[in-house]
Ligand binder design. Structure first.
Ligand SMILES: NC(=O)c1ccc[n+]([C@@H]2O[C@H](COP(=O)([O-])OP(=O)(O)OC[C@H]3O[C@@H](n4cnc5c(N)ncnc54)[C@H](O)[C@@H]3O)[C@@H](O)[C@H]2O)c1
Length: 249
């Protein structure tokens, strides 16, 4: 198994049934990792932890917000108390609050930036405290093709995900010599609750932009998260891998 004995913390993995974080939790667990699932919504996080355990893995869930550094610090402390180390951090939690720039409120801007970008900073900082001591660690950040291409109606979201890409590269440059790798995934359109809320017209416009003419699945993203979390990617750091059916090229 690729992650035998390793310990992973995954944020925003509580969307039971559909989310990308859930698929990543199940995938990393199937390769031997012990999983801590954290989410705003703890009842769904507990259901995902239960799913991991029913599949023969080890997991537990905790509640909190990535936007609060104290919560991130507590999650890392609890994981280390329980399993003695932290090998993998997957910064997956993310939200959208779409609007055109002229109509976008400060609240819409701040909410998205504080979850999607400051949340990644908070969890990275909390995890690095432990990974720095271990002199090893792997950080996988969930960006988006919108952070590369920009998208009308998503100034806040695109800016946050562009920021995640820059933060990933900076983390890679600052901590590479300490044995810590940081990489990002830039999903295109993936079949999740986030994309289910799109109108049929919007979906058909999106399909026009995708060379493969189909949406991706959470499992497509989870496969790349496994690659970036494991020794299969041992000489990769600071990269952004699009999982988008060719959309952003
Ligand atoms: N679905 C897509 O097509 C797509 C495309 C590109 C990027 N992404 C990114 O992938 C990630 C997962 O997306 P998804 O579609 O599975 O989303 P989702 O909404 O299904 O899941 C996101 C999870 O994050 C949790 N969350 C939200 N705010 C939080 C906070 N402050 N603290 C802790 N948890 C919080 C939610 O409760 C939810 O369980 C996100 O970062 C998203 O931006 C998704």
């Amino acid at each position: 198994m690729l992650l035998e004995g390793e310990v992973a913390l995954i944020t925003g993995a509580g969307r039971n049934g559909k989310g990308i974080g859930r698929s990543i939790a199940l995938k990393l667990a199937s390769e031997g990792a012990k999983i801590c699932i954290v989410d705003y919504n703890v009842s769904d996080a507990e259901l995902v932890a239960k799913e991991v355990m029913e599949a023969g893995g080890e997991a537990f869930a905790m509640q909190g917000s990535v936007a609060e550094f104290d919560h991130c610090e507590k999650w890392v402390d609890e994981v280390v108390k329980k399993w003695g180390k932290l090998d993998i951090l997957v910064n997956n939690a993310g939200i959208t609050r779409d609007n055109l720039i002229l109509k976008m409120s400060d609240q819409e801007w701040d909410m998205v930036l504080s979850t999607n970008l400051k949340g990644v900073f908070n969890c990275t900082k909390a995890a690095l405290n432990q990974m720095f001591k271990q002199r090893s660690g792997k950080i996988v950040n969930m960006a988006s093709v919108m952070g590369i291409m920009g998208n009308p109606g998503q100034a806040n979201y695109s800016a946050s995900k562009g920021g995640v890409i820059a933060l990933t590269k900076t983390t890679a440059k600052e901590y590479g010599k300490r044995g810590i790798r940081a990489n990002a995934i830039a999903p295109g359109f993936i079949q999740t609750t986030m994309t289910e809320e799109m109108t049929e017209e919007a979906k058909s416009k999106v399909l026009d932009m995708i060379p493969m003419k189909t949406l991706g699945t959470p499992d497509d993203v989870a496969n790349v998260a496994l690659f970036l979390s494991s020794s299969l990617s041992s000489y990769l750091t600071g990269v952004v891998i699009p999982v988008d059916g060719g959309m952003a090229m």
